[in-house]
Design a protein around this ligand. Structure first.
Ligand SMILES: Nc1ncnc2c1ncn2[C@@H]1O[C@H](COP(=O)(O)OP(=O)(O)OP(=O)(O)O)[C@@H](O)[C@H]1O
Ligand SMILES: [Mg+2]
Length: 266
């Protein structure tokens, strides 16, 4: 089981869209995916028809297990979707209180790790959609993931969020005493705008070693896909957005032979 966390300390940069899009593409390859909604706002849960305001259990429940984790209890918190290989561990609005309730309790940074270990036999990929701020949920995600994906909107204000995120990552790496790989993903790219082109140049200069060498373009079909609650690749496979996420996935899986073409056509 591989665990990928999708995080940036900035809102509206394409975190949830990236999680859903990659899960859609992975499921088409037959990989079993668990999408973990670690954002109390619950956009990912809503995407698949779960209401975070009325949700009982879900991810919140895992913080109240007093260190006792079993596959049965953990599996009970998971809900299935209409898509064969995609399940969701949903958020509830109560998660917003977790930092106040649990923030100083020992072991609270390792809850995801313990719970996900119980699900090792059931999933090939776990994708964790993080909230846009640092707290117990993001710390848990960074503590358990094998790889961090950082979507960054190609505009100047978003670069600050990336700076914060990389700083947080270094703190976590120090406490984990490991090196964690991260990939910066330029999103919402519109090559007609100076802001997009300028921000991309800054990313290329400052994050060269960790930058995915292509972009996710603006594609209005993402909004339509979220309105219908379907990953875009399963709704409109021939869109620019799907093509871009397909290339991103190939890159993440180390199958990036088509990348040179994409970079050349940018
Ligand atoms: N490449 C794209 N092209 C057009 N619209 C997009 C694209 N990516 C995301 N969006 C839209 O932008 C909005 C914000 O995206 P998303 O919810 O994925 O961001 P987020 O980082 O998860 O936000 P939050 O921090 O609020 O959870 C959504 O309405 C989404 O449909
Ligand atoms: Mg989101």
């Amino acid at each position: 089981m591989k665990v990928w966390a999708i995080a940036n300390q900035k809102g509206g940069v394409g975190k949830t869209t990236t999680a859903v899009s990659l899960a859609g593409l992975l499921s088409e390859k037959g990989s079993r995916c668990l999408l973990v909604d670690a954002d109390p706002h619950g956009s990912l849960s809503v995407y698949f028809g779960n209401d975070p305001d009325t949700m009982q259990g879900g991810l919140y429940q895992l913080f109240h297990q007093d260190g006792n984790y079993s596959s049965d209890v953990t599996k009970e918190q998971v809900v299935s979707t209409q898509f064969d290989c995609i399940d969701v561990l949903p958020a509830s609005t109560s998660m917003a209180a977790l930092d106040r309730q649990m923030g100083t309790k020992p072991g609270m940074g390792l809850v995801f790790g313990k719970a996900l270990k119980c699900l090792d036999d059931y999933y090939d990929y776990v994708l964790i959609d993080c909230p846009p701020q640092l707290g117990i949920l993001m710390v848990n995600a960074l503590a358990v993931c094998d790889q961090l994906l950082v979507p960054v909107q190609t505009e100047f204000l978003a670069l600050k969020g990336l700076e914060r995120m990389v700083h947080t990552l270094h703190m976590i790496m120090q406490s984990r005493n490991t090196v964690l790989n991260y990939t910066v993903i330029p999103t919402l790219y519109d090559r007609r705008t100076k802001a997009s082109r300028g921000a991309l140049e800054v990313l290329q200069e400052q994050y060269e070693d960790n930058l995915w060498p292509s972009v996710i373009p603006v594609d209005t079909q993402f909004r339509e896909a979220s309105r219908q609650g379907i990953p875009l690749s399963l709704l409109s496979p021939k869109t620019r957005g799907v093509e871009a996420y397909t290339n991103l996935l190939a890159h993440l899986l180390g199958e990036s032979e088509s990348l040179n073409q994409v970079v050349a056509s940018r």
